[in-house]
Design a protein around this ligand. Structure first.
Ligand SMILES: Cc1ncc(COP(=O)(O)O)c(C=O)c1O
Length: 319
């Protein structure tokens, strides 16, 4: 992410960035300036790089209150409020976005959203940086999630699965964008031989024919299981995702969508006690991002444990 920010500034000679609330891009200074998912990650660390944050189009909790137009509303906000009132587009180096918000709550934006961002970027000479650190490497069924949104970014950031467990992150751009001279950017362990060898091995596995199809198939299987759990447990307000990047948002009441934070902790603890490790995301979401080589029988086992964990949960008094 640091390389992406530096590259965008170097290439455009502009200073500002636009990023999204709920976004998580890391905790180093540049990345932290973009990150706006939990205040604890920013508290007492400012001032930051000049980043203007806008709402992310969350169909379940829409900015502008309408699910159907939540992406258009965000785009209009950028064009009609940010650009005329806060920062001129010709000072914006890049818009930085996660195609699916990860830490922010496994939020899948409406399909046209990324294309609309691409259009704004093209119109104003702004670069589109897509953070695929979590969503990339076939997590959603294709190598990049942005492929499924029909968008080619100017700069892509990849990591996590890329190194097959070794610390490896890459910043990818065309020759035209990555035109800075040697010495503009480097780091001691960048291009570490062992991590790169692990990365090549991981890419060889991902390259196998049908790898992405397996992810899509398992993702559909797991989503169907979660949707049937949703019928049995009122606490599950929403199930959404792409491939094996799936989130289940827990609410105390499906109409008011009151967050079920404590219930989520108790479910996660109960499931852990029974042998299933899951991570939270956002304020009351459980994230499902299993290994991509998972098979149906593993999903069945996990879902049985999850079902039992929901059954064990005593209802909490409404606040
Ligand atoms: C989308 C995304 N970008 C960037 C990062 C930052 O990774 P790191 O903390 O290793 O810098 C993460 C980590 O979870 C992430 O999910």
């Amino acid at each position: 992410m640091e390389a992406a920010l530096k590259l965008a500034r170097h290439h455009t000679k502009r200073k500002y960035f636009i990023a999204f609330y709920g976004g998580f891009h890391g905790r180093t200074y540049g990345a932290m300036s973009l990150t706006a998912s939990r205040v604890i990650q920013r508290q007492y660390f400012g001032p930051f790089l000049p980043v203007v944050h806008v709402s992310y189009p969350n169909p379940y909790r829409p900015f502008g209150f309408k699910t159907e137009t939540c992406d258009v509303d965000v785009i209009r906000y950028i064009e009609e409020e940010i650009f005329p009132m806060e920062v001129s587009p010709d000072e914006v180096a890049a818009i930085v976005v996660e195609p699916i918000q990860g830490e922010g709550g496994y939020i899948v934006p409406p399909r046209p959203f990324l294309k609309r961002l691409r259009e704004i970027c093209d119109e104003h000479g702004i670069l589109l940086i897509v953070d695929e650190v979590q969503s990339g490497c076939f997590r959603t069924g294709t190598f990049l999630a942005s492929e499924q949104f029909g968008v080619v970014p100017d700069i892509v950031c990849l990591s996590k699965a890329l190194g097959g467990g070794f610390p490896l992150g890459v910043t990818v751009a065309s020759d035209e964008v990555m035109s800075w001279p040697p010495g503009s950017h480097a780091s001691t362990f960048g291009g570490n031989n062992v991590a790169c060898a692990a990365g090549l091995a991981a890419l060889t596995v991902m390259d196998k024919p049908g790898f992405g199809d397996h992810v899509t198939e398992m993702g559909e299987y797991m989503t169907a299981k979660l949707l049937s759990l949703q019928k049995r447990h009122d606490l599950i307000g929403d199930v959404r995702g792409m491939g094996l990047m799936i989130g289940a948002e827990l609410v105390r009441n499906r109409t008011t969508k009151e967050l079920a934070k404590q219930e989520r902790s108790r479910i996660l603890n109960e499931a852990f006690r029974r042998g299933l490790t899951m991570l939270p995301a956002g304020e009351s979401v459980i994230r499902f991002c299993p290994p991509l080589v998972i098979e149906k029988q593993h999903i069945d086992t996990g879902m049985e444990i999850l079902d039992k964990s929901f059954e064990m949960l005593q209802p909490m008094p409404a606040v």
